[in-house]
Design a binder for this molecule. Sequence first.
Ligand code: HEM
Length: 426
Amino acid sequence: MWSNVGTHLEGSQWVGLDDIDLTDLALFAEGFPHDSFTRLRHEAPVWWHEATSHTPDGTGFWVVSRHAEMQAIGSDADAFSSSRAPDASGGGTLIEDLPYGFAAGVLLNMMDDPRHHRIRRLVTPAVAPRALARLEAELRARTATILDAVAARGGCDFLVDVAVELPLQAIAMLMGIPHEDRHDLMAWTNATLTYDDRELGSRSVSSEQAAAAMAAYGTALIERKRAEGGDDIMATVARATVEDENGGLEPLSELELLMFFNLLIAAGSETTRNAIALGMAALIDHPGQWDLLRHDLSVWPGAVEEILRWSSPTLYNRRTATRDVEVAGQEIGAGDKVTLWWASANRDEEVFDDPFTFDVRRSPNPHLAFGYRSHFCLGANLARLEIRIMLEELQARFERLSLDAPIERFRTNKHAGVKHMFVTFH
Ligand code: HEM
């Protein structure tokens, strides 16, 4: 097994791959552990991670670190389920098993086709390029309001005051959520996604309370949308029917609707804000590239893609093998957990020249920040639009930005989670 190969000299000690513990959140304290993943890509691209004292469920899992294998696995949803192994009681796309029928198999991103596809296509028109083009002016106006509010102060917490706001306002708008409720939703989502006061696979009082508050809010919203209608995403899914197993039509279950609400709030706001913040941080570190954006409009589309590759806001997603299957010479057993580390694929030397160089002119740039194939990010075009508008409006107002202190991060191995980023405007 790969796990026993490849010892390296780090500092003055020989360290084996088995010393890498991706469930020890301390490993992610300073950001994504690129050193560990560079070793994995070279020495053990499909690596069995033994369970450690930090690992939820007490079971090991496969770690896939290279672009090629991630594409192969992402293309084979029959062998690699987002929901579960046949008849398993748990599954889903986190390292820890989530109960089947409550989260796994119910959340859109933790379902398999055909139901996944039937529900997904209900909402694709709302985030398609044509719909987003109609939204652009509104998003730009909101961005201007966000930036004008902080500009006079000469500086701000870029994450909290700027990067959080646009994605949050955009998803609230698309979902038909009143503007004034957005900060409650953000606080609850933060509490359910962060591990500042707990370990992987466990819950804390604050995460439980936040989940309950979120569920109560979502249930009331869904009832209101069902009664009142409208053309926002929540009204659409609350009133839609999808094909059932017998070819008839049925509404989504209450739990499916509630989970969809949770998913959109989290996916819509927690990821893009990190791309905006870490993208800005990269441009602060690379003033030449910031200047290039100012003088050469043709680099903008590529710059957004490079920011996505560089920041890789979603670090990994999991699949579960539904049958025995071989990948890159490794025998993956039915029921095994398989984790796909998008952030590692995005530094794969076999795909990207100088992967550790931030280059807004990079082309081609086949990054996997949005995943691959059947579960490819539903909000990809929205996220791209938000990143572009925010940077354009920043450039219109400021000569440059500088960082006042090191970036503070959330304790998590799931997101490139920025907590605070203090900047000065020039
Ligand atoms: C930079 C920002 C974003 C990043 C990096 C990101 C990343 C991802 C990734 C990696 C997946 C695939 C998950 C998997 O394969 O298991 C995904 C799926 C998804 N994303 Fe995003 N996302 C972003 C923004 C958004 C936004 C703004 C929305 C809101 C509309 C959104 C909604 C979703 C949904 C609903 C799925 C599930 C799709 C499915 O299962 O068919 N995401 N995202």
